[in-house]
Design a protein around this ligand. Structure first.
Ligand code: DGY
Length: 326
Protein backbone atom coordinates (compact mmCIF):
# COMPACT_ATOMS: atom_id res chain seq x y z
CA UNK A 1 0.00 0.00 0.00
CA UNK A 2 1.38 3.41 -0.93
CA UNK A 3 1.71 5.89 1.88
CA UNK A 4 -0.90 8.60 2.22
CA UNK A 5 0.34 12.17 1.64
CA UNK A 6 0.84 14.33 4.69
CA UNK A 7 -1.08 17.60 4.67
CA UNK A 8 -1.18 20.52 7.11
CA UNK A 9 -4.48 22.44 7.19
CA UNK A 10 -4.56 25.88 8.78
CA UNK A 11 -8.24 25.86 9.84
CA UNK A 12 -11.22 23.52 9.80
CA UNK A 13 -13.11 23.30 6.48
CA UNK A 14 -16.69 22.10 5.74
CA UNK A 15 -17.54 18.53 6.89
CA UNK A 16 -17.50 16.92 3.42
CA UNK A 17 -13.99 18.29 2.82
CA UNK A 18 -12.84 17.15 6.25
CA UNK A 19 -14.07 13.58 5.48
CA UNK A 20 -12.27 13.67 2.14
CA UNK A 21 -9.05 14.78 3.79
CA UNK A 22 -9.27 12.30 6.68
CA UNK A 23 -9.87 9.55 4.15
CA UNK A 24 -7.14 10.44 1.65
CA UNK A 25 -4.28 11.90 3.65
CA UNK A 26 -2.51 11.97 6.94
CA UNK A 27 -3.90 15.23 8.25
CA UNK A 28 -2.53 17.58 10.85
CA UNK A 29 -4.40 20.81 11.44
CA UNK A 30 -5.17 23.85 13.50
CA UNK A 31 -8.21 22.86 15.56
CA UNK A 32 -8.81 26.33 16.96
CA UNK A 33 -11.18 28.78 15.27
CA UNK A 34 -8.56 31.46 14.67
CA UNK A 35 -5.90 32.56 12.20
CA UNK A 36 -2.50 31.00 12.90
CA UNK A 37 0.64 33.00 13.56
CA UNK A 38 3.42 32.69 11.00
CA UNK A 39 5.50 30.69 13.50
CA UNK A 40 2.62 28.24 13.95
CA UNK A 41 2.34 27.69 10.20
CA UNK A 42 6.08 27.11 10.05
CA UNK A 43 5.81 24.58 12.89
CA UNK A 44 2.78 22.97 11.24
CA UNK A 45 4.39 22.33 7.86
CA UNK A 46 7.42 20.47 9.25
CA UNK A 47 7.55 17.05 7.62
CA UNK A 48 4.43 17.44 5.50
CA UNK A 49 3.95 17.28 1.71
CA UNK A 50 1.22 19.85 1.32
CA UNK A 51 -0.04 23.08 2.88
CA UNK A 52 -3.78 23.74 2.66
CA UNK A 53 -4.28 27.36 3.68
CA UNK A 54 -6.77 30.22 3.68
CA UNK A 55 -6.90 33.77 2.35
CA UNK A 56 -6.23 34.95 5.91
CA UNK A 57 -2.82 33.19 5.98
CA UNK A 58 0.09 35.19 4.62
CA UNK A 59 2.37 32.68 2.93
CA UNK A 60 5.77 34.18 2.22
CA UNK A 61 9.23 32.93 1.24
CA UNK A 62 10.21 32.27 4.89
CA UNK A 63 7.37 29.80 5.20
CA UNK A 64 8.28 28.14 1.89
CA UNK A 65 11.91 27.84 2.98
CA UNK A 66 10.91 26.37 6.33
CA UNK A 67 10.10 23.11 4.53
CA UNK A 68 12.04 22.69 1.27
CA UNK A 69 10.21 19.37 0.69
CA UNK A 70 6.81 21.06 0.52
CA UNK A 71 5.11 20.00 -2.73
CA UNK A 72 2.20 22.44 -2.90
CA UNK A 73 0.46 25.46 -1.41
CA UNK A 74 -3.27 24.99 -1.96
CA UNK A 75 -5.37 28.06 -1.20
CA UNK A 76 -9.00 27.78 -0.11
CA UNK A 77 -9.97 30.88 -2.15
CA UNK A 78 -10.05 32.08 -5.71
CA UNK A 79 -7.95 35.12 -4.75
CA UNK A 80 -4.31 34.37 -3.96
CA UNK A 81 -2.85 37.75 -3.03
CA UNK A 82 -2.06 36.24 0.40
CA UNK A 83 0.63 34.07 -1.21
CA UNK A 84 3.95 35.25 -2.60
CA UNK A 85 3.42 33.45 -5.90
CA UNK A 86 6.65 34.80 -7.41
CA UNK A 87 8.63 33.28 -4.52
CA UNK A 88 6.77 29.98 -4.94
CA UNK A 89 7.43 29.95 -8.68
CA UNK A 90 11.14 30.60 -8.07
CA UNK A 91 11.12 27.51 -5.85
CA UNK A 92 9.14 25.48 -8.43
CA UNK A 93 6.41 25.17 -5.84
CA UNK A 94 2.88 24.83 -7.24
CA UNK A 95 0.23 27.23 -5.92
CA UNK A 96 -3.45 26.47 -6.48
CA UNK A 97 -6.74 28.32 -5.98
CA UNK A 98 -10.49 27.61 -6.30
CA UNK A 99 -11.82 29.34 -9.42
CA UNK A 100 -15.33 28.98 -10.82
CA UNK A 101 -17.12 27.39 -7.87
CA UNK A 102 -17.80 30.64 -6.03
CA UNK A 103 -18.75 32.83 -8.99
CA UNK A 104 -22.55 32.83 -8.63
CA UNK A 105 -22.46 32.98 -4.83
CA UNK A 106 -20.15 36.00 -4.82
CA UNK A 107 -22.24 37.76 -7.47
CA UNK A 108 -25.33 37.14 -5.31
CA UNK A 109 -23.52 38.79 -2.39
CA UNK A 110 -22.50 41.80 -4.47
CA UNK A 111 -26.12 42.17 -5.51
CA UNK A 112 -27.28 41.83 -1.90
CA UNK A 113 -24.96 44.68 -0.91
CA UNK A 114 -25.99 46.77 -3.90
CA UNK A 115 -29.69 46.32 -3.13
CA UNK A 116 -29.19 46.89 0.59
CA UNK A 117 -27.21 50.10 0.08
CA UNK A 118 -29.63 51.35 -2.61
CA UNK A 119 -32.79 50.61 -0.65
CA UNK A 120 -31.34 51.27 2.81
CA UNK A 121 -32.40 47.89 4.20
CA UNK A 122 -29.79 47.75 6.96
CA UNK A 123 -30.54 51.34 7.98
CA UNK A 124 -34.21 50.38 8.17
CA UNK A 125 -33.33 47.28 10.18
CA UNK A 126 -31.43 49.44 12.69
CA UNK A 127 -34.36 51.87 12.90
CA UNK A 128 -36.79 49.08 13.70
CA UNK A 129 -34.53 47.19 16.11
CA UNK A 130 -33.74 50.29 18.13
CA UNK A 131 -37.50 50.82 18.50
CA UNK A 132 -37.08 54.20 16.81
CA UNK A 133 -39.62 53.55 14.08
CA UNK A 134 -42.83 55.46 14.58
CA UNK A 135 -44.61 54.23 11.47
CA UNK A 136 -44.64 54.69 7.71
CA UNK A 137 -43.65 58.09 6.38
CA UNK A 138 -43.70 59.44 2.82
CA UNK A 139 -40.15 60.78 3.11
CA UNK A 140 -38.70 58.05 5.27
CA UNK A 141 -35.46 56.31 4.20
CA UNK A 142 -35.87 57.10 0.53
CA UNK A 143 -33.36 55.17 -1.54
CA UNK A 144 -32.33 54.83 -5.15
CA UNK A 145 -34.04 52.87 -7.90
CA UNK A 146 -32.01 49.90 -9.02
CA UNK A 147 -34.21 48.97 -11.98
CA UNK A 148 -33.32 50.95 -15.04
CA UNK A 149 -30.06 52.25 -13.52
CA UNK A 150 -26.55 51.95 -14.91
CA UNK A 151 -24.31 49.25 -13.53
CA UNK A 152 -20.58 49.81 -13.94
CA UNK A 153 -18.32 46.78 -13.66
CA UNK A 154 -14.65 47.23 -12.92
CA UNK A 155 -13.09 44.06 -14.34
CA UNK A 156 -14.88 41.54 -16.52
CA UNK A 157 -13.95 38.13 -15.15
CA UNK A 158 -16.31 35.39 -14.08
CA UNK A 159 -17.92 37.25 -11.17
CA UNK A 160 -18.44 40.46 -13.16
CA UNK A 161 -20.14 38.43 -15.88
CA UNK A 162 -22.43 36.85 -13.30
CA UNK A 163 -23.23 40.39 -12.09
CA UNK A 164 -24.09 41.44 -15.64
CA UNK A 165 -26.37 38.42 -16.10
CA UNK A 166 -28.37 39.47 -13.07
CA UNK A 167 -28.48 43.14 -14.16
CA UNK A 168 -30.35 42.19 -17.34
CA UNK A 169 -33.29 41.20 -15.14
CA UNK A 170 -33.27 44.71 -13.68
CA UNK A 171 -33.35 46.36 -17.13
CA UNK A 172 -30.03 48.03 -16.44
CA UNK A 173 -27.54 49.56 -18.76
CA UNK A 174 -24.36 47.56 -18.26
CA UNK A 175 -20.99 49.23 -18.70
CA UNK A 176 -17.62 47.70 -18.01
CA UNK A 177 -13.94 48.47 -17.98
CA UNK A 178 -11.35 45.75 -18.18
CA UNK A 179 -7.65 45.58 -19.05
CA UNK A 180 -8.60 43.70 -22.19
CA UNK A 181 -11.80 44.41 -24.03
CA UNK A 182 -14.13 41.47 -24.75
CA UNK A 183 -14.80 40.31 -28.31
CA UNK A 184 -17.74 42.22 -29.82
CA UNK A 185 -19.81 39.04 -30.00
CA UNK A 186 -19.13 38.39 -26.31
CA UNK A 187 -20.13 41.95 -25.41
CA UNK A 188 -23.38 41.45 -27.30
CA UNK A 189 -24.15 38.23 -25.42
CA UNK A 190 -23.39 39.95 -22.11
CA UNK A 191 -25.35 43.06 -23.08
CA UNK A 192 -22.35 45.06 -21.85
CA UNK A 193 -20.61 48.11 -23.35
CA UNK A 194 -16.89 48.77 -22.90
CA UNK A 195 -15.89 52.25 -21.68
CA UNK A 196 -12.66 53.65 -20.28
CA UNK A 197 -12.40 53.73 -16.48
CA UNK A 198 -12.97 57.49 -16.26
CA UNK A 199 -16.20 57.21 -18.22
CA UNK A 200 -17.29 54.24 -16.16
CA UNK A 201 -16.82 56.31 -13.02
CA UNK A 202 -18.86 59.24 -14.31
CA UNK A 203 -21.70 57.21 -15.84
CA UNK A 204 -22.37 54.50 -13.25
CA UNK A 205 -25.18 54.61 -10.72
CA UNK A 206 -23.75 51.46 -9.15
CA UNK A 207 -20.06 50.68 -9.45
CA UNK A 208 -19.07 47.13 -8.58
CA UNK A 209 -15.45 46.02 -8.28
CA UNK A 210 -14.31 42.69 -9.70
CA UNK A 211 -10.55 42.82 -10.11
CA UNK A 212 -7.87 40.73 -8.42
CA UNK A 213 -5.61 42.55 -5.97
CA UNK A 214 -2.24 43.18 -7.62
CA UNK A 215 0.25 46.05 -7.31
CA UNK A 216 -1.58 47.64 -10.30
CA UNK A 217 -5.05 47.46 -8.73
CA UNK A 218 -4.06 48.58 -5.21
CA UNK A 219 -6.01 51.82 -4.56
CA UNK A 220 -7.45 51.69 -8.07
CA UNK A 221 -10.36 53.57 -6.52
CA UNK A 222 -9.03 56.53 -4.54
CA UNK A 223 -10.00 60.15 -3.92
CA UNK A 224 -9.53 61.14 -7.58
CA UNK A 225 -11.72 58.32 -8.85
CA UNK A 226 -14.40 58.81 -6.19
CA UNK A 227 -14.57 62.51 -7.11
CA UNK A 228 -15.49 61.53 -10.67
CA UNK A 229 -18.47 59.46 -9.55
CA UNK A 230 -22.05 60.72 -9.35
CA UNK A 231 -23.06 62.09 -5.97
CA UNK A 232 -25.94 59.61 -6.13
CA UNK A 233 -23.69 56.64 -6.91
CA UNK A 234 -23.15 53.54 -4.80
CA UNK A 235 -19.85 51.65 -4.68
CA UNK A 236 -19.85 47.89 -4.10
CA UNK A 237 -16.69 45.99 -3.20
CA UNK A 238 -16.67 42.20 -2.93
CA UNK A 239 -13.18 41.87 -4.49
CA UNK A 240 -10.37 42.80 -2.12
CA UNK A 241 -10.25 45.70 0.36
CA UNK A 242 -7.02 47.35 -0.80
CA UNK A 243 -8.48 47.91 -4.29
CA UNK A 244 -10.17 50.89 -2.60
CA UNK A 245 -8.35 53.57 -0.63
CA UNK A 246 -10.51 53.11 2.46
CA UNK A 247 -9.69 56.49 4.00
CA UNK A 248 -10.64 58.22 0.73
CA UNK A 249 -13.87 56.25 0.68
CA UNK A 250 -14.68 57.32 4.24
CA UNK A 251 -14.17 60.97 3.21
CA UNK A 252 -16.36 60.49 0.11
CA UNK A 253 -19.15 58.94 2.19
CA UNK A 254 -18.89 61.67 4.85
CA UNK A 255 -18.97 64.56 2.39
CA UNK A 256 -21.59 63.15 0.03
CA UNK A 257 -19.15 62.80 -2.86
CA UNK A 258 -20.94 59.48 -3.39
CA UNK A 259 -24.24 58.38 -1.84
CA UNK A 260 -23.30 55.06 -0.34
CA UNK A 261 -21.32 51.87 -0.37
CA UNK A 262 -21.76 48.16 0.16
CA UNK A 263 -18.57 46.55 1.40
CA UNK A 264 -17.67 42.92 1.99
CA UNK A 265 -13.90 43.45 2.13
CA UNK A 266 -11.61 45.96 3.85
CA UNK A 267 -8.17 47.37 3.45
CA UNK A 268 -6.85 45.99 6.76
CA UNK A 269 -9.19 43.08 7.40
CA UNK A 270 -10.61 42.30 9.91
CA UNK A 271 -10.14 45.94 11.03
CA UNK A 272 -12.27 48.62 9.41
CA UNK A 273 -11.54 52.32 9.20
CA UNK A 274 -13.20 53.39 12.51
CA UNK A 275 -15.60 55.75 10.72
CA UNK A 276 -17.15 52.86 8.80
CA UNK A 277 -18.63 51.50 12.04
CA UNK A 278 -20.57 54.76 12.47
CA UNK A 279 -21.56 55.88 8.97
CA UNK A 280 -25.19 55.21 8.08
CA UNK A 281 -24.65 55.22 4.32
CA UNK A 282 -22.45 52.14 4.20
CA UNK A 283 -23.45 48.49 4.47
CA UNK A 284 -20.65 46.44 5.99
CA UNK A 285 -20.50 42.65 5.72
CA UNK A 286 -17.77 40.42 7.15
CA UNK A 287 -16.24 39.01 3.92
CA UNK A 288 -19.19 36.73 3.17
CA UNK A 289 -18.83 36.62 -0.63
CA UNK A 290 -18.51 32.85 -0.90
CA UNK A 291 -20.21 32.01 2.39
CA UNK A 292 -22.83 29.41 1.55
CA UNK A 293 -22.69 25.77 2.65
CA UNK A 294 -22.70 24.54 -0.95
CA UNK A 295 -20.02 26.90 -2.20
CA UNK A 296 -17.66 26.56 0.74
CA UNK A 297 -17.96 22.76 0.38
CA UNK A 298 -17.09 22.98 -3.33
CA UNK A 299 -14.17 25.29 -2.54
CA UNK A 300 -12.96 22.93 0.17
CA UNK A 301 -13.15 19.85 -2.04
CA UNK A 302 -11.42 21.68 -4.87
CA UNK A 303 -8.62 22.94 -2.62
CA UNK A 304 -8.21 19.50 -1.02
CA UNK A 305 -8.07 17.74 -4.41
CA UNK A 306 -5.54 20.28 -5.69
CA UNK A 307 -3.42 19.64 -2.63
CA UNK A 308 -3.72 15.85 -2.86
CA UNK A 309 -2.87 15.80 -6.60
CA UNK A 310 0.32 17.77 -6.15
CA UNK A 311 1.32 15.70 -3.10
CA UNK A 312 0.93 12.56 -5.21
CA UNK A 313 3.13 14.06 -7.91
CA UNK A 314 0.41 14.85 -10.45
CA UNK A 315 -0.32 18.27 -11.85
CA UNK A 316 -3.14 19.91 -9.86
CA UNK A 317 -6.18 21.16 -11.77
CA UNK A 318 -6.20 24.77 -10.59
CA UNK A 319 -2.66 26.04 -10.80
CA UNK A 320 -1.99 29.76 -10.56
CA UNK A 321 1.67 29.32 -11.60
CA UNK A 322 1.45 26.76 -14.43
CA UNK A 323 4.84 27.94 -15.74
CA UNK A 324 6.58 25.75 -13.18
CA UNK A 325 5.48 22.66 -15.14
CA UNK A 326 6.95 23.88 -18.43
C1 DGY B 1 -12.02 34.25 -2.45
O1 DGY B 1 -12.16 33.03 -2.64
O2 DGY B 1 -11.06 34.88 -2.89
C2 DGY B 1 -13.10 34.93 -1.69
O3 DGY B 1 -12.74 36.19 -1.28
C3 DGY B 1 -13.56 34.06 -0.55
O4 DGY B 1 -14.77 34.54 -0.09
Amino acid sequence: MTEKPKIFLTRELPPETMSLLHDQCELTMNREDRVLEKSEIIAGIQGVDGLLCLLTDTIDADIMDANPDLKVIANFAVGFNNIDVAAATERKLPVTNTPGVLTETTADMAWALLMDAARRVSEGDRLVRTKSWNGWGPLQLLGADVSGGTLGLVGMGRIARAMAKRAIGFDMRILYWNRTRLETADERIMGAEFVELDELLTLSDFLSLHVALTPETKHLIGATELAKMKSTAILVNTARGPVVDEQALVAALQTGTIAGAGLDVYEHEPALAPELYELENVVVAPHLGSATIGTRTKMGNMAANNCLSACRGTRPANLVNPEIYV
